[in-house]
Ligand binder design. Structure first.
Ligand SMILES: *Cc1c(COP(=O)(O)O)cnc(C)c1O
Length: 420
């Protein structure tokens, strides 16, 4: 705990003046409440729109009108290679080589496509290990994958759960479960950050343990990308997928992303479902028989790129490039600790923060578990211009996002709760 925090508004304002990322806030459009910015703490669910999106979208519409099909090569940002403009920025955010990432589809679709490559059960290796309480889409995806190969989810899926009475999962228990599963284990598929508790997992250690057991290791980075600095390449992660509409601010249903480590991505024999957009660019338009995968994650692409869906992504990744993940993370650690400090002063409300206290084990999110009247508190927050997130049965999730939230937002949130 940083003992320099205090509860005055003056303190919050001073921190905002000292914040080198402060100018980024001005580039985002905040939903309004009584003609004032809301306290928007929902960037872990849907990030805000930056003002560049409108401009860039208008440019694409104009180029489509002007060029028609010729826009694939003639547009100011040719659609044929549109995704390549930002793949360098994307690679940097997840700690990958440029060839190891691709923006395509949406998260759950990418999870399925990657599992079709990395989950190839046989010879007694057929189990998938995951976190208990994973996001439902991941649970459904994995259940249907194991069923597709004729396995019973009860047997083929190993879930690592928090210990009795606890909310977060002990790292040690994850590593032990992987070791115990041994050579029955085909894939470890974990979240980078749990969506409910905000727990950040040690991805390097989990990957190492998975490999020691002879299994592949993949991550769902929905709540980690743009939130936590990642080093997917160096951690030797085999595959990962994410969505772009949470911390990456790329709009509702925005284009998802995938990572495939170069050891697999550059191996043309490694199985992937094929489509024309994954084929080598030189021969793509020859319309020949015989799929020749291009190098890297891009070979998992099937269809041509959804350009309109990539406009907001491009705008957002440009801001990440300017702000940089290390600076965002530094502010995030401090701002989340400050918000936590303020919440601890609210002794008249009965809640527990179930997110880990250690900044190395969490990102921007705090999850407040209410013993009682949580829904009433949530309602009062909404009426006072706070946008947060309610998760049944009794959790309020709040995410002070370093890109556009500030210390004064945290202070307003605190004042509203203090007045209840
Ligand atoms: C948000 C989220 C998803 C959403 O999946 P889509 O395919 O983008 O709808 C999936 N998994 C996790 C862990 C999430 O947090």
């Amino acid at each position: 705990m940083d003992h320099t925090f205090d509860t005055t508004l003056e303190y919050a304002r001073t921190q905002d003046q000292l914040d080198i990322l402060h100018p980024f806030r001005e580039r985002f459009l905040f939903p309004q409440h009584n003609e004032r910015n809301t306290v928007y703490f929902c960037g872990n669910s849907l990030g805000l729109q930056s003002s560049a999106v409108q401009y860039l979208m208008d440019a694409e519409l104009a180029d489509w009108a002007k060029y028609g099909v010729e826009g694939h090569f003639e547009a100011r940002s040719p659609w044929f290679s549109y995704h390549r403009q930002f793949s360098g920025n994307l690679a940097q955010i997840v700690g990958a080589r440029q060839e190891e990432v691709v923006a395509m589809n949406t998260l759950t679709v990418n999870l399925h496509l990657l599992l079709l490559s990395f989950y190839r059960p046989g010879n007694g290796r057929y189990k998938i290990l995951m976190e208990a309480g994973a996001f439902p889409s991941d649970q459904y995806a994995i259940e249907s994958q194991v069923r597709m190969y004729g396995y019973d989810p009860e047997d083929a899926i190993i879930e690592v759960a928090p210990r009795q009475g606890a909310h977060i999962i002990e790292e040690e228990d994850i590593l032990n479960a992987i070791r115990e599963a041994g050579d029955s284990l085909a894939v470890v598929l974990f979240g980078g950050v749990n969506y409910y508790t905000g727990q950040l997992f040690d991805m390097a250690a989990i990957t190492k343990a998975a490999h020691a057991a002879g299994a592949y290791c993949g991550f769902d980075l929905a709540h980690a990308v743009g939130n936590i600095p990642l080093q997917l390449h160096d951690w030797q992660v085999d595959f990962a997928c994410w969505c772009s509409y949470k911390y990456l601010n790329s709009g509702p249903g925005g284009v998802g992303g995938a990572f495939v480590h170069e050891t697999h991505g550059n191996n043309p024999e490694f199985f992937r479902l094929a489509g024309w957009w994954g084929n080598e660019e030189q021969t793509r338009f020859k319309m020949q028989k015989g799929f020749a995968p291009q190098k890297g994650a891009a070979s998992w692409q099937m269809s041509n790129a959804p350009v309109f869906n990539m406009v907001a992504h491009r705008a957002s990744l440009d801001l990440f490039q300017k702000a940089t993940m290390p600076a965002l993370r530094e502010k995030s650690i401090r701002m989340t600790a400050y918000l936590e400090y303020l919440l601890m002063q609210l002794t008249h409300l009965s809640f527990t923060i179930i997110t880990p206290k250690d900044p190395q084990r969490r990102g921007a999110q705090l999850s407040m578990l209410f013993d009682e009247r949580g829904k009433e508190v949530f309602k009062a927050l909404t009426e006072n211009g706070v946008i947060a997130d309610w998760r049944e049965p009794n959790v309020i999730r709040i995410a002070p996002v370093p890109m556009y939230n500030n210390f004064e937002d945290c202070h307003r949130f605190y004042e509203i709760l203090a007045a209840l």
